[in-house]
Design a protein. Structure first.
Length: 257
């Protein structure tokens, strides 16, 4: 249900963002667009982490904030990406939750997606397919329209329930951009959520005796709590080698048949 208090609160946040954009533009690095409902979600998430409370309780706390505290909370959320992240599991999930809600992406992400499209018929995000043709022939890798098209496809990821899923999928695509795909047939479709699901399943079955299908939420929480390089990466590589025979990652030698 919509909280009628949010309308006035959003106007307040917009005025603070205007101040931050002029005084601290780095807070908005790597964010193409901001959806206010997602921003509010990120702020609630931060309160949940800080206060160890439910999202409903966080909503009440947020709506009762004095202007100074609201401005401070907004600054904390926008500036989370500038803070050092330890290998503590909760910190990685926290970062992915907030970055997913803010739609923050790594540097050069959109051009790298454009280059990946050259190797596949398209890249699928849930029900949304980002097709190679005519996308790469009509748009350049650096134009804003292409970035917006990628964002539109990413919006199909069910991040209303798992906002960290969006960021995990972005990490998957960044990993793929490092690999050699020269031996991969160009008639394949890359299904990002299917790869994510397979990697999550492998991680769960290696670390739990409980049935995977009955524990999707907990499996997601655990997978998205893994540190960047020692966590999702090896599971993604294992799945990618299965679905994309011939893929070569940095440091590996091509298999000669």
């Amino acid at each position: 249900d919509t909280d009628i208090r949010e309308a006035a609160f959003v106007q307040e946040l917009i005025s603070y963002m205007d101040i931050f954009i002029r005084s601290q533009p780095y807070l908005f690095d790597d964010i193409l667009t901001i959806k206010m409902s997602s921003l509010l979600s990120a702020m609630r998430m931060e309160i949940c982490w800080e206060k160890i409370c439910t999202e409903d309780e966080a909503q009440e706390i947020l709506m009762e904030y004095a202007p100074f505290l609201a401005k401070q909370q907004l600054h904390n959320v926008l500036g989370l990406n500038k803070k050092e992240i330890s290998d503590e599991p909760t910190q990685w999930r926290r970062k992915r939750l907030v970055d997913g809600a803010l739609k923050r992406v790594p540097k050069q992400f959109y051009p790298l997606v454009w280059q990946l499209l050259g190797h596949f018929v398209g890249i699928r995000f849930s029900y949304q397919l980002l097709p190679r043709d005519p996308t790469t022939s009509e748009m350049t890798q650096f134009e804003t329209n292409f970035a917006l098209k990628v964002e539109s496809a990413l919006d199909a990821i069910p991040h209303t329930e798992f906002s960290e899923t969006r960021h995990i999928v972005i990490e998957l695509l960044m990993l793929l951009s490092e690999a050699s795909l020269l031996e991969i047939p160009r008639d394949k479709e890359l299904d990002t959520l299917a790869i994510f699901d397979s990697a999550r399943r492998i991680h769960w079955t290696e670390n739990s005796t409980e049935q995977y299908e009955k524990n999707i939420t907990e499996a997601t929480n655990r997978f998205c709590s893994l540190p960047l390089f020692t966590g999702p990466k090896p599971y993604f590589i294992k799945v990618l080698k299965d679905v994309l025979p011939g893929i070569v990652f940095p440091g590996e030698s091509p298999v000669v048949l």
